[in-house]
Design a protein around this ligand. Structure first.
Ligand code: ADP
Ligand code: ZN
Length: 752
């Protein structure tokens, strides 16, 4: 019988595995519930955005369950990525697909049969190929995970016919739970997943599609290359993707970046598979900083440290846009998505999406493009608009988009609107936006002179405003329904009924000015110059310098081991290291993303680097924490300590510890101390531990009775001197938490 029937592993065990193998303290929203569902043997469907953390949802159950989890994955590159990452975390995993030789496959099968393997990735072709299901029956399959499950739906954009055969799994393994995961949330796809996989009353988890760490920005399409160079200049080490429309523009943009000394590559469907694989590999490996690509790029990659994504052109629809920006900041660290927008893009895109398609499709495409345009022109929180599109309400403004950061000011724009309307009326409503602006601004170019527009009464009536302001105001007027565009007449602006009312002074108009944004722009230009100079002089904050140093170390190690740098540590982990500067085991293990295996493999080297290159600190006296008999690889309440407290914990006696200790002496329990001091309970506990280890007088019996102490001591004696705290924890069947076990350990040490 499959392993499901074995006593289900607990969520506590799952959380411990998260800390131990991944180095993360907490599950993200939903992950815990999803894991519980699958551990209870239930079929489970997971809909989560890219970067939301789907993999953990089946990898952790796989780790804490008996037997092997079989993962069906459609892309070879994806399997390779995931297996590499699992191995780096100390989890035994392998993949079998067409890239694996017969000999290797035999070895893997043997490992699977021996029960060592926790996860086995297979392509659907392999899975359904001859004899494979029979082979699986000889294994103890704990669960099936169907990754990228939307491939099953012919409605979806990634339809894979082989996926539709996966329904047989249920026949062959009637009681093995199936977890299906995808980033596509639409109703039809959901339905197809459930029915085609023959899922049995599955629990469906639809997570928020919000990716709050991505800063959403829309910039005017003027001087895109200049803006890109500007941005890269300010983020000289951040990897990014620039999406553009054509193969040709991929190549030329990449070339221009290269000319400026930027390590840029390109990727598009016109290249040979080898060229593409090489371009991708270099990007994964951080050898290429910027990849300029058509949307074909990124399907199968997991690179977690993509820090920014740009859209050189307006995407066709919001679905595509959201999927593409989702490739930024998968590690949860700050990321930026910049969309360049010009009205001209809307026009050319409009042609593209309506050409050579049936009228109904053209209509649908146009409607979707319009939503995209509305997003780009919006004057309210962009994230809310995006999430609304996916039927989700954030309930507040996000604070991390250009609009939230630089809210526009509203003013009475009646007069400005009248100028524009009047100018348009005087051309017999024949001109499109650009020419109208030229007229308003009194430009003497050919288009103006050719029609004698310089004779109009309104010629130059708006010359005090820059082009971009007019551009923005006229767009707002379009959105407000004062103008519409006659596409069939060369995109001429036409005045609506409402527009006529404004012209006659019967209706006031309010307009928005993105004033702060402009100021911020100017500031960043100045700041950029300063930053560039500073960077050139090798300056920057000590933290930034340390980060850079650690980044280079990571790159060297990654190259030596032939894995992408983010597999060694993610950017967010390195950043935390640079900030917290852990110089001992405990501190290093409390950095998010440092699990046991990674600590064993890389801990020393990174501690060494921090000691050498970090900010010199008051040298701590022999840190007691290091002397603790067995510092646990993880604990069940390893909540990240607030920064100040954590730093303090690195040093010797500190006021913060004293404060906690004094409150303890006054009779407060850790929860009360934490509440009073605004710290986490685990931080307070660590303060008390330290105080106790230092020889201070703790009210130990608040936490452990004599008989409990005796029980722990007996268990420790039974396990012998090599046992770790985790062994003790397991041996005592999770009866005590790590805090208690550590206190007991310190007591034993103090007594001995
Ligand atoms: P998805 O498959 O949904 O696109 P991943 O599983 O690749 O997302 O996860 C995205 C990133 O988030 C990875 O770097 C992963 O290690 C990280 N991550 C996942 N769960 C957590 C967690 N609970 N805490 C911190 N980071 C997490
Ligand atoms: Zn916002």
């Amino acid at each position: 019988m499959p392993a499901v029937t074995a006593p289900a592993a607990s969520l506590t065990a799952a959380r411990q595995a998260l800390k131990r193998y991944y180095g993360y303290d907490n599950f993200r929203p939903m992950q815990g519930d999803i894991i519980q569902s699958i551990l209870s043997g239930q079929d489970t469907v997971v809909l989560m955005p890219t970067g939301g953390g789907k993999s953990v949802c089946f990898q952790i159950p796989a780790v804490v369950s008996e037997g092997v989890c079989v993962v069906v994955s459609p892309l070879i590159a994806l399997m390779k990525d995931q297996v590499e990452a699992l191995k780096a975390n100390g989890i035994v995993a392998a993949y079998i697909n067409s890239s694996v030789s017969q000999g290797e496959a035999t070895d893997i099968s043997r490992a699977a049969l021996s029960g060592h393997l926790k996860l086995l990735y297979v392509s659907p072709e392999k899975l359904l190929g001859e004899g494979f299901l029979q082979f699986l029956k000889r294994l103890n399959v704990s669960m099936f995970a169907i990754d990228e499950a939307h491939c099953i739906s012919s409605w979806g954009h990634d339809f894979r016919p082989e996926y539709t055969q996966l329904g047989v799994l249920r026949q062959h393994f009637p009681s093995t739970p199936i977890i299906a995961l995808t980033a596509t949330a639409d109703r039809l796809t959901q339905r197809d997943i459930k029915t085609q996989l023959n899922l049995h009353e599955p629990r469906v988890f639809l997570s928020s599609f919000d990716r709050p760490n991505i800063n959403l920005v829309v910039r005017s399409g003027q001087d895109r290359l200049g803006q890109i160079l500007d941005f890269i200049g300010r983020h000289p080490n951040d990897a990014g993707v620039i999406y553009c429309l054509s193969r040709k523009s991929c190549e030329t943009i990449a070339q221009k970046l290269q000319q400026k000394g930027i390590k840029a590559g390109y990727y598009h469907a016109g290249m040979t598979p080898n060229q593409r694989a090489e371009a991708q590999e270099k990007f994964l490996q951080d050898d290429t900083q910027v990849i300029v690509a058509t949307i074909a790029f990124g399907m199968g990659i997991d690179k977690s440290n993509v820090r920014w994504v740009m859209h050189y052109n307006l995407p066709k629809n919001i679905e595509g846009y959201y999927q593409e920006i989702g490739r930024a900041g998968r590690d949860g660290g700050p990321a930026t998505a910049i969309l360049f927008y010009s009205f001209a893009d809307v026009l050319s895109m409009r042609e593209m999406v309506t050409k050579d398609v049936p009228p109904r499709q053209a209509q649908l495409n146009t409607a979707k493009l319009e939503r995209m345009q509305q997003f780009a022109e919006a004057a309210s929180c962009r994230r809310r608009i995006l999430l609304h599109y996916f039927s989700e309400d954030l309930g507040r403004d996000c604070g991390n988009c250009d609009i939230c950061r630089n809210p526009p000011t509203t003013f009475d724009g009646t007069l400005l609107a009248q100028k524009a309307l009047s100018a348009s009326a005087r051309t017999q409503q024949r001109v499109a936006i650009n020419l109208l602006i030229d007229i308003l601004r009194g430009m003497r170019n050919q288009a103006v002179l050719q029609h004698g527009y310089e004779q109009l009464k309104t010629y130059g009536a708006g010359q005090d405003l820059p082009y971009l302001d007019w551009y923005s105001y006229i767009h707002q007027m379009l959105n407000d329904g004062l103008f519409y565009i006659a596409y069939e007449e060369g995109y001429a602006l036409k005045i609506t009924e409402r527009g006529q009312q404004v012209l006659k002074g019967q209706l006031p108009v309010s307009l928005k000015k993105f004033k702060v944004a402009e100021k911020a722009e100017k500031q960043t230009r100045a700041a950029k110059k300063a930053a560039a100079e500073a960077a050139a002089a090798g300056a920057g904050t000590p933290e930034a310098r340390l980060f850079e140093h650690l980044r280079q170390l990571r790159k060297r190690i990654a190259d030596e081991q032939g894995v992408p740098p983010y597999v060694v540590f993610t950017d967010t982990t390195l950043q935390e290291m640079a900030r917290e500067q852990p110089t001992n085991r405990v501190a290093m293990l409390s950095v998010s993303g440092v699990g046991m295996k990674k600590f064993e493999t890389y801990g020393e080297v990174f501690i060494e680097a921090i000691l050498q290159h970090g900010t010199p600190r008051p040298v701590p006296a022999e840190d007691e924490a290091d002397d603790l008999p067995n510092v646990p690889p993880f604990t069940d309440d390893f909540a990240p300590a607030p920064r100040a407290a954590k730093k303090a914990a690195d040093r010797d006696a500190t006021p913060t510890e004293d404060l906690s200790f004094n409150l303890h002496r006054q009779g407060l329990n850790p929860e009360q101390i934490a509440a009073q001091r605004g710290l986490t309970v685990s931080t307070v506990r660590s303060h008390l531990e330290k105080a106790y280890a230092k020889g201070l007088d703790l009210r130990l019996h608040d936490f452990l009775s004599d008989s409990q102490l005796a029980e722990i001591a007996a268990a420790r004696a039974q396990l012998g001197p090599d046992a770790g705290l985790r062994d003790l924890f397991d041996h005592l069947r999770e009866k005590y938490d790590y805090f208690q076990l550590r206190l007991a350990g310190i007591r034993a040490q103090r007594k001995g």
